[in-house]
Write a protein that binds this ligand. Structure first.
Ligand SMILES: Cc1cc2nc3c(=O)[nH]c(=O)nc-3n(C[C@H](O)[C@H](O)[C@H](O)COP(=O)(O)OP(=O)(O)OC[C@H]3O[C@@H](n4cnc5c(N)ncnc54)[C@H](O)[C@@H]3O)c2cc1C
Length: 375
């Protein structure tokens, strides 16, 4: 394993660091104020202008192939960048990317959906989960029936992130079409534990032209798993960064907060919380970079990505809870980001494969000898 970065990669990471310090981290007080008002920040307009600024600095399309104007950076570098952004505790990512499975479209679909999404002119959502099936994605009930040149879709999707602002949806039915908003689906936001936005979506005899089928009819499940696979490296990378940001808050507070005549950092109980956190972050960081490295070697990263995802999802929640404890009563307020992050990261243990589904995958890989102990 060689995580050694080239000079060019180090420079990119340095640019990300400078951009984050100058443009992203300073937004944190505004994020907290918006949180108290029950709003989400950065809002869409702020995100758009921030992404344009980043584009000028050369930070755009980091995971996008060069033929679409992207930088096509490898998974290790993308993971390091996600950690850097996560550390800011502000919800931001660079522009110029699109759902990886849109690259499976026809030339016409790419012009209509992929290119404008990369450019930030169109917004998609990924609609797989249904009221009666989440973990068992092979069991989706929504049907798409062919009528003449169209597919007619009936049924409901649920928990669909960003559906409220998407102008097209990648919908998984017994057949898998891409569905523009003006074709007639409706949606309603679901009140959630954090400011993450997800909706129910209803399809009432929505007609979708056959030319909107993404990939080959019958192959949708493979595409869905490909989409989810990417998240299983991005999520842990982001979580590692968020945990680092939380640890920094804990360190800063422990040094300045006094109790019984001295800084609480002097007490072993506090030191152990800080040390346990540093230990756990380090472990998960390397597990995540290893999964990314396996992907970069052109090997199947799923086993290692599942290990990284479940470890990171559990770790960052524990870290948030621990850093809240270091802050005492202050940690329980909305003035500082800890309780917000605690609520936000709890979903990492649920979406894109619950903890239990990750463990199921890991155990199966071992029991079926897809991966051998010691590999
Ligand atoms: C905020 C948020 C955003 C989301 N965004 C999207 C999105 O954009 N697109 C999308 O399609 N979906 C999205 N989801 C849905 C998400 O992927 C599902 O919630 C998740 O897959 C779990 O499915 P479920 O909620 O139906 O739980 P269920 O599958 O009903 O599971 C309930 C419990 O049973 C456990 N369980 C299930 N099967 C097994 C098993 N075989 N062995 C052991 N335990 C098991 C689960 O781990 C869980 O603890 C989102 C969810 C949330 C909360």
């Amino acid at each position: 394993m060689d995580f050694g970065l080239s000079d060019e990669e180090k420079m990119i990471l340095q640019t990300v660091r400078e951009f984050t310090d100058k443009e992203v981290r300073p937004l944190l007080p505004e994020v907290q104020k918006a949180e108290i008002r029950g709003e989400r920040f950065p809002d869409r307009d702020t995100l758009k202008s921030l992404r344009q600024k980043a584009r000028t600095a050369g930070l755009w399309g980091l995971q996008t192939p060069e033929e679409y104007g992207g930088a096509n950076l490898n998974s290790v570098l993308n993971a390091l960048i996600a950690m850097e952004l996560g550390r800011s505790l502000v919800s931001f990512n660079f522009g110029g990317s699109a759902d990886n499975i849109l690259f499976a479209g026809t030339d016409e679909q790419k012009q209509r959906y992929l290119v404008p999404t990369i450019e930030g002119e169109r917004h998609s959502c990924f609609a797989l989960s249904e009221p009666n099936t989440g973990s068992d994605a092979t069991n989706i009930q929504m049907r798409a029936v062919q009528e003449g040149g169209d597919w007619v879709i009936d049924g409901q999707k649920t928990w669909i992130s960003n559906a409220h602002q998407a102008d097209f949806a990648i919908v998984f039915a017994v057949t898998d079409p891409v569905n523009d908003r003006d074709m007639g689906w409706t949606e309603r936001p679901i009140p959630l534990m954090s400011s993450w936005e997800a909706s129910d979506m209803w399809f009432d005899s929505v007609r979708v032209p056959a030319c909107n089928v993404l990939g080959t009819v019958g192959d949708g499940f493979g595409l869905a798993m490909q989409w989810i696979g990417r998240g299983r490296i991005n999520i842990p990378a982001r979580a590692v960064g968020q945990a680092q940001g939380l640890l920094q808050l804990g360190l800063d507070y422990a040094r300045q907060r006094k109790a019984f005549g001295q800084p609480i950092a002097e007490y072993q109980a506090i030191q152990w919380m800080l040390a346990d956190t540093a230990i756990e972050i380090e472990q998960v960081k390397w597990a995540t970079l290893h999964a990314a490295w396996v992907a970069d070697q052109g090997q199947d990263p799923r086993h290692y990505a599942s290990i990284a995802k479940i470890s990171a999802a559990q770790m960052v929640f524990r870290v948030a809870d621990r850093m809240l404890q270091v802050h005492g009563g202050m940690g329980y307020t909305r003035e500082i980001p800890i309780e917000r992050i605690l609520r936000e990261v709890r979903v990492y243990r649920i979406f894109e494969g619950t903890d239990e589904i990750q463990k199921r995958t890991i155990a199966r890989n071992l029991l079926r000898d897809y991966v051998r102990v010691g590999d």
